[in-house]
Ligand binder design. Structure first.
Ligand SMILES: NC(=O)c1ccc[n+]([C@@H]2O[C@H](COP(=O)([O-])OP(=O)(O)OC[C@H]3O[C@@H](n4cnc5c(N)ncnc54)[C@H](OP(=O)(O)O)[C@@H]3O)[C@@H](O)[C@H]2O)c1
Length: 241
């Protein structure tokens, strides 16, 4: 896809990886719908930075747990820019929970935000497309999606489901929409990280952690490719091995 002038909706685009995606895709000439939940000042700052580049953007607030807000988020982009071409599901929560400690709240929050919202956003995106339009969906998963683990039970299950959803939607939405997923490794430390991130780097095949710009490069690759769908692209420095 030629990205200049195309419209992308990115969830969780006020901070961290979502922010880097918004700014990185604006440099390709894309118009950006910057979704946020609590990070309103940060989202407005992203919009200002994109406008300073000479591109267009709007910030739209939504709690992704609220089912009514999901189609409204897509509608806000369509209302402003006429249509959407690309949906990137990046917003997620990542909270610890073992077999013993996982509560119903921890479980429900992960499933509502990390998999229910992406699915119904994909549905709203599909319904918004005109018949001759081509589109892309990119789901930001995690290498943990393909590896069993004991510390982040609900999180891992939602990311596994997101990968399966990606493959199912690639079948359901072709040839009009290409649907791919990206599996980041250690890109940015979780808030309150006590040095685990630094120590981890030494154990990875490439002996370093990654950067949000490397996620942007992966997304660029997927969007530029016209023959890739149902793919899970690992950007992990080899952590998934
Ligand atoms: N960081 C990494 O190294 C890493 C590694 C593997 C996978 N990933 C994946 O990459 C993606 C981005 O990661 P990140 O670390 O940059 O994210 P993050 O810092 O954890 O940010 C989470 C984002 O999700 C949004 N969000 C959380 N709850 C929400 C809700 N109820 N409704 C709407 N939005 C909500 C937040 O919005 P507000 O800030 O506006 O509230 C925020 O933008 C995630 O899917 C994550 O699982 C990241």
């Amino acid at each position: 896809m030629d990205l200049a002038g195309k419209v992308v909706l990115i969830t969780g685009a006020g901070v961290r990886i979502g922010r880097a995606l918004a700014l990185g895709l604006a440099t390709e000439g894309m118009r950006v719908v910057v979704h946020y939940h609590h990070s309103s000042a940060e989202a407005e700052e992203v919009v200002h930075e994109i406008e300073a580049m000479g591109e267009q953007a709007i910030a739209v607030q939504a709690d992704l747990r609220d089912m009514l807000r999901l189609p409204e988020l897509v509608e806000a982009g369509v209302e402003r820019f006429g249509h959407l071409d690309v949906l990137i599901n990046s917003a997620a929560i990542f909270e610890r929970g073992t077999l013993e400690s996982t509560t119903e709240t921890n479980w429900s929050r992960h499933f509502d935000i990390n998999i229910r919202a992406p699915f119904f956003l994909c549905q709203a995106f599909a319904r918004s497309l005109q018949s001759e339009q081509r589109g892309h969906i990119i789901n930001i998963a995690d290498w943990r999606a393909q590896r069993p683990g004991t510390q982040y039970m609900a999180y891992t299950l939602t990311k596994s489901a997101l990968v399966t959803l990606t493959m199912s939607l690639a079948m359901a939405m072709g040839p009009q929409v290409q649907v791919n997923a990206l599996a980041p490794g250690a890109i940015l430390p979780a808030p309150g990280d006590d040095g685990y991130f630094e120590r981890l780097a030494q154990r990875l095949p490439l002996q370093r952690t990654g950067s949000p710009e490397e996620i942007v490069s992966g997304v660029r690759y997927l969007l530029h490719s016209d023959f890739t769908t149902g793919e899970l692209l690992y950007i992990t420095g080899g952590e998934h091995l």
